[in-house]
Ligand binder design. Sequence first.
Ligand SMILES: Nc1nc2c(c(=O)[nH]1)N[C@H]1C(S)=C(S)[C@@H](COP(=O)(O)OP(=O)(O)OC[C@H]3O[C@@H](n4cnc5c(N)ncnc54)[C@H](O)[C@@H]3O)O[C@H]1N2
Ligand code: MOO
Length: 390
Amino acid sequence: MIPVAEARQRLFDLVAPLGSETVPLAEAAGRVLAGDVAATRDQPPFAASSMDGYAVKRAEVERDAMFRVVGESAAGHGFSGRVGPGETVRIFTGAPVPDGADFVVIQEEVARRGEVITLTGDDYRNANIRPRGADFRSGTALPGGRRLAPGDIALLASMNIGTVPVTRRPVLALLATGDELVMPGDTPGPDQIVASNSFGLKAMIEDLGASARMLPIARDTENSLRTAFDLAGDADLLVTIGGASVGDHDLVGRVAVDLGMEQAFYKVAMRPGKPLMAGRLRGTAMIGLPGNPVSAMVCGHVFLAPMIRLMLGLGADLPPLRQARLAAPLGQNGPREHYMRALIEGDAVRAFDNQDSSLLTVLSQANALLIRPPGDAPRDAGETVDYLPI
Ligand SMILES: Nc1nc2c(c(=O)[nH]1)N[C@H]1C(S)=C(S)[C@@H](COP(=O)(O)OP(=O)(O)OC[C@H]3O[C@@H](n4cnc5c(N)ncnc54)[C@H](O)[C@@H]3O)O[C@H]1N2
Ligand code: MOO
């Protein structure tokens, strides 16, 4: 058994950042920006009014001052002339401030009679003008290596970027194994259960910005497993689920080695997730997750997610662990790093009483994995512990 950190390092060694592709901006949300993208224009491209009102010269602004309206500047239709002394241009939000003007009086503080306005306000500190380039200048870059959030997409649109270089989506092939498994919606036989792991993992993988291809469930025979391995095709990562332990029907490791897998490791000092295996099979990175449903999902959070982030070009840094006070005491931990299903309530964390790795009801209620180092001493309520939000 190797420690979790070492397993993660060996897994990182099996994968590498993927290349890039170009996608239309409207399809770029959630993708990882593959390089810096620079604005090709200033925004706003001209000094723009931030309010509906009247554009005047600041030097002439005072209560009761009067101006003659000589034109209009609307968004998309500027005023081509120049504002002279004693003159004003009716202006609207987003419209270019005309030459000669450097101040916008809001219309609520103006009395208008025909083509003449009189200023009625007392406070003229704010010019109500957004300078050219106030948001960004031509050449301002959105740095690569970030997952594009809705706000980034809006910014790229504003920068006039129609197509975006993004990291290719990693493709993960998911291979569930076991004679006992049927697909959700099928009719299980008396000794059968419904496959859940590939569905939970697919959801996690897609949430991370990768794509998941579910292969047909492999039966517990060498032939069925060989056929299934062939179907993995050109996936970036083959993920097997189940058949990883030491039982007579746990064939995944054996068949993979027969097919030429170079094993990177087998068994990790963690709970759940001990019988994890990994290696490279016919040039494809492979990770074999334990079949217990919670074990598979915990390994997804602890190992698959960082591998996917690395392939996406987001680096090898792990999301920082968070800290919380224990709501209830915990006994001595065993020799494996324990990822306990837990609930964050305010600033306290409470581990669920039943940590059996088959309990999806508990996983579904959990919003954190409370992490205990191997051999961790008993802990009192109120002590600070690390957790990973899930
Ligand atoms: N003698 C020992 N027995 C076991 C050990 C051990 O060290 N010595 N390790 C235990 C641990 S820890 C785990 S975890 C499991 C892992 O076993 P496998 O990876 O071989 O998984 P399976 O035996 O195939 O299945 C375990 C369990 O999970 C169910 N399962 C499997 N795949 C799915 C799926 N896709 N969806 C839902 N449920 C699934 C399966 O029916 C079993 O109930 O081994 C322990 N045994
Ligand atoms: O390690 Mo197993 O994954 O505890 O259930």
